[in-house]
Design a protein around this ligand. Structure first.
Ligand SMILES: C[S@@+](CC[C@H](N)C(=O)[O-])C[C@H]1O[C@@H](n2cnc3c(N)ncnc32)[C@H](O)[C@@H]1O
Length: 282
């Protein structure tokens, strides 16, 4: 299946982004469903690929959700602001330190979004990384032509969000799934269970996702399953996750590991796609 609107794509680089896994994910998406739910939205690769007409999408990261809202509601101001940025180290660090100042609270929603899009595209490896105070702390990436102003993509995202019934929320996953009903499709892509102690991910936001959160999520998955929702979940292939979802269908796929800054440690790793429906029927 080809993407019919290639401009509708993630406007941020995001750790755990699902673009490379779309061919595998598409094979498991139910052919028919009512509303679409994505409680851990990130950069939205799956949402933009499926383009549902009715969806409830959510992420706990406030800066991220603010970007979606600014694109939806204030795109012209956002684009104007993005045009003012400069790709120099001095400018990067000046803009980066703004969240350490009182002035930060005075920025408008589109100015905050413009700052995050710029920092995300110009920082090293496109990491959204914050320190213990929630301040952006990834270093300057020294890229020749970072694409922080991509008007066609931002416009395609705005058009999709405004022309369809898309609810965007900023809360913990549990709240965002309260309204899911029988026949809805829920794609769940939580922060992964770390495959080793050193692989434990640092980023996204202050709140880390621990094994207790994975258990909390599993309880909710069981509730959604009982309601009759179609559920597809991604996670790493650890004994803990395999055991937690042992009563569900589990497919193992190969994914590129790309968050390791040491090139030698990058490579293919096993990941899991866990689902609760019969592929012949759905
Ligand atoms: C693996 S990423 C999702 C990647 C996304 N599928 C993509 O293609 O970009 C996990 C996301 O979960 C969010 N997150 C972490 N804890 C959360 C929570 N308790 N509730 C909702 N979202 C959370 C993070 O901010 C992050 O964006």
């Amino acid at each position: 299946m080809k993407n019919k609107n290639p401009l509708l794509q993630p406007f941020l680089k995001w750790v755990g982004g699902k673009r490379q896994l779309l061919p595998e994910i598409r094979k498991l998406v139910p052919k028919k469903y009512n509303s679409y739910y994505e409680p851990f939205l990130g950069a939205g690769a799956v949402l933009f690929d499926l383009k549902p007409k009715k969806a409830v999408v959510n992420d706990l990261n406030e800066e991220l959700i603010n970007c979606y809202k600014a694109i939806k509601e204030e795109l012209l101001d956002l684009i104007k602001d993005l045009k003012n940025h400069k790709n120099t180290s001095e400018y990067f660090y000046e803009l980066r330190q703004k969240d350490r100042t009182a002035e930060y609270g005075q920025l408008t929603s589109y100015q905050k979004a413009s700052r995050i899009i710029y920092l995300n595209k110009t920082c090293f490896n496109g990491l959204f990384r914050v320190n213990s105070q929630g301040q952006f702390n990834a270093p300057f990436g020294r890229y020749a032509n970072p694409s922080y102003l991509n008007e066609p993509v931002l416009t395609a995202v705005r058009n999709y969000l405004t022309e369809n019934d898309i609810t965007i929320t900023n809360s913990d996953f549990t709240e965002s799934l309260q309204t899911a009903k029988k026949g809805d499709f829920v794609y769940i892509d939580p922060p992964y269970d770390p495959i080793s102690d050193t692989a434990s991910f640092t980023g996204y936001n202050l709140n880390q996702f621990y094994q207790n959160d994975q258990r909390r999520l599993k309880t909710l998955v069981d509730e959604l399953n009982n309601k009759g929702c179609h559920i597809l979940l991604s996670n790493s292939s650890t004994d803990f996750i395999r055991d937690l979802y042992k009563d569900y269908n589990i497919r193992t796929i190969k994914a590129n590991r790309n968050i390791n800054s040491n090139a030698e440690k990058r490579g293919k790793v096993d990941e899991l796609l866990i689902y609760n429906y019969d592929l012949e029927i759905c």
